[in-house]
Structures are given as C-alpha cells and as structure tokens.
Design a protein around this ligand. Structure first.
Ligand SMILES: *Cc1c(COP(=O)(O)O)cnc(C)c1O
Length: 359
C-alpha cells in the first residue's frame, strides 16, 4: 500500500493508525458479529464509545462542566445559521468580525436572522491581514462577538482569543481546533466541522457555555442547542461512525502528548514551510506574518503559467491536493495534525527542486 502525502483542506488526511483501527470496526466490532456502523446509537456499546469520545475531548481541551459538548450534523455552515437563533434574541445586536471567506459566509447567515454590526472588515487589506484591534467598532452590549479563528482559504489565523470585554466570544475553529491548547473558558461558543482536524465529515462539534443556550431557544428542537444538550446529542440519530472515528482521533492526539505536543509539532511544520516560501524569490505567501495560519498555507508561484506543471509533478511525487482554493488560485498546503513533518520535508525538497528547474 502506498499512502501519499495528502495536503487536502478538507475532508483531510487522518492518522494512519486511526484508519487502521476504524477498518477493524467495519465488519465485526469487538466480537459482536456486527460492524460499529450497524448498531443502534442507543445501544450500550455505542453509548460507551460516545461517552469516551466526549470525555477525551473534554480532557484535551480542559472543558469544564459549565460547557456542553455537542456532536451534531449540518457542518460549520449550519452553525452559521443556528448561532444567531440560539445565542441572541430578536432585539439584540450581534457583532461580527470579517477576515475572509468563512467569516463572510457566517456574516450572511447572521444578517438573515439578526441585526449585525460589522466590527471590522479586512476587505481593504485583501484579507491578507486582520484589521487592527484599535479600529474595531464594538457594541458594548452585543449578544456575542463572532469571528473565524482560522480562515482556511486565505490562511489567516487569529492566534490569540481577542479581548472584547464581557461580550461572549463565538468562534469558528473548524480548521484549527486541536492544533494547540486553547483556554475554552474565554469563549461562549466554539464550533468546528470535523473534517479538518477531528475526523470524517458529517460531524460538527459545538462547545457551548450552558447559560448562553437559554437565551434564544428556537421553537424547533432540532435547531435548538439546549434541546440537543438535554438529549445528549441523541435527540435523533447522530452520525455514529464519524463520532466513533472522532473518538479515535482524540485518543490518538492524547497519545501524541496532547495539545501542547501538537502545538510544538504544528509550529515546527508551519515554520519550515513559511521559511521555504520566504527564503525563495519563486514562491510567495501574501499573509501578514503575525496572522499566518499554522494549518493552511497558501502560496503562489512567480510564474503562474507553471501552476499546472507544479501540481502534476507534485502529484507524481506523491504530494497531493496542493491546488489553492478556486477563489484565490495558486497553491495551498493544508497541514493539519495528521500531516507529518516528513510530509513537510518532502514538500519543501520538491519545491526547491521545482524552483531550480524552472526559475
Ligand atoms: C470547512 C470550513 C467551514 C465549512 O464547513 P462545513 O462542514 O462544510 O459546513 C466553515 N468554516 C471554516 C473555517 C472551515 O474551514
């Protein structure tokens, strides 16, 4: 079996050990004569898988009992729509920071439900930098402040939780969760689609302070975080297989040494790749150094007419999914937790060789 180095933005690479263990679950899980996918979400066996996964993510992120951890469907995109409904009531103003494609999508959904104040918009900066903190127009009594911790497409990461006073922080961490330790107590709500750093698509994690979900309470239970929390994320059938694999990933992260160890490795990986880009006249990354993503690194070639050759030769060298998002072009290396430092070294050598033959 030849595994390639997979730089996909999502669904993305998973640790081989996790995939091998998941494979064992397909046909005869723990001697039951049934695959894990074939058993009820309400069975004792699955409930214990589900509880272990929750216990492990709570341990990794040091999540207190003041927070519910929800295992939902609908992706991060559905949370763009559910957050305003659950965390604010109709008369309240919602603050949103716009730093790129994903926070723009969240803005559109926010506006469709609530009166949104755009705190700042990075359009003038080409979304290659975060608007300076002293330019933000905050609403003192906003229901919450929404931002995107890591813009997966633009490669812009807000490394520290911003200080917005007593207004609850709400953040889309789809592409950065579990890449480093975070202080969950700083946040009102954190959400993440699983398919970047957590597991298969189809699962979305929502970590929400319990007192906040009482605010909006949408009438329909399926849209209602409080109802999901009360039902242990099993109001209806959850994505059982994705939940199980997420649990394997949490256990794998613990085995790697937890989030501090992940952070050290991820920083080393990102530093290497940025150094290769910055050290050459052939490759360029437009993002301001202070907000460069550890997880998604876009870069362009000095000769864009060679993009196709770069991708074809990279592919032939076992380096796949390096094409940049269609909205920005160029290349993008997504280097989530499951992407090894070996993958980075191989990519950097390839880039150096490509430059030598084409510059
Ligand atoms: C991938 C991604 C999304 C969209 O996630 P879906 O699960 O497809 O809805 C939203 N925000 C960010 C930051 C992402 O990386």
């Amino acid at each position: 079996m030849a595994r390639v180095f997979n730089f996909s933005a999502g669904p993305a690479a998973l640790p081989l050990e996790v995939l091998e263990e998941a494979r064992e679950s397909l046909t005869d899980w723990q001697g039951s004569g049934m695959g894990l996918m074939e058993i009820s979400h309400r069975s004792k066996a699955f409930v214990s898988v589900a509880e272990q996964a929750e216990a492990d993510i709570r341990e990794l992120l040091n999540i207190s009992d003041d927070y519910a951890v929800l295992f939902l469907q609908g992706g991060a995109t559905q949370q763009f729509a559910l957050i305003p409904l659950n965390l604010s009531d109709e008369g309240q103003i919602v603050d949103q920071l716009v730093t790129g494609s994903w926070s723009k999508k969240a803005l559109k959904e926010g506006k469709s439900a609530r009166n949104v104040n755009i705190v700042a918009d990075g359009a003038d900066l080409n979304y290659a930098d975060v608007p300076a903190r002293d330019s933000w127009r905050l609403t003192p009594d906003a229901a919450y402040f929404h931002y995107c911790s890591n813009e997966t497409i633009g490669g812009v990461e807000i490394h520290e939780a911003p200080d917005v006073g007593d207004v609850p922080l709400v953040t889309d961490m789809s592409s950065t969760i579990l890449s480093r330790p975070i202080d969950v107590s700083r946040f009102g709500l954190i959400y993440a689609g699983a398919q970047k750093n957590i597991g298969p698509s189809g699962l979305t994690i929502v970590i929400v302070r319990k007192d906040l979900v009482e605010r909006g309470r949408p009438a329909s239970d399926i849209l209602n975080y409080a109802a999901h929390a009360e039902g242990g994320s099993m109001m209806n059938t959850p994505p059982t297989f994705a939940w199980y694999v997420a649990g394997l990933v949490f256990a794998w992260v613990k085995k790697q040494g937890g989030l501090q160890a992940m952070a050290e490795l991820n920083k080393a990986k990102a530093d290497k790749l940025y150094a290769a880009v910055d050290g050459s006249d052939f490759y360029a990354n437009p993002v301001a150094p202070a907000c460069r993503s550890w997880m998604n690194i876009p870069f362009t070639l000095a000769k864009p007419e060679l993009d196709g050759d770069f991708l074809a030769q990279a592919d032939a060298a076992g380096l796949t999914n390096l094409k940049g998002h269609r909205s920005v072009g160029g290349m993008r290396a997504s280097i989530y937790n499951a992407v090894s430092i070996d993958a980075i070294d191989t990519l950097v050598s390839f880039m150096e060789e490509f430059e030598r033959s084409n510059a």
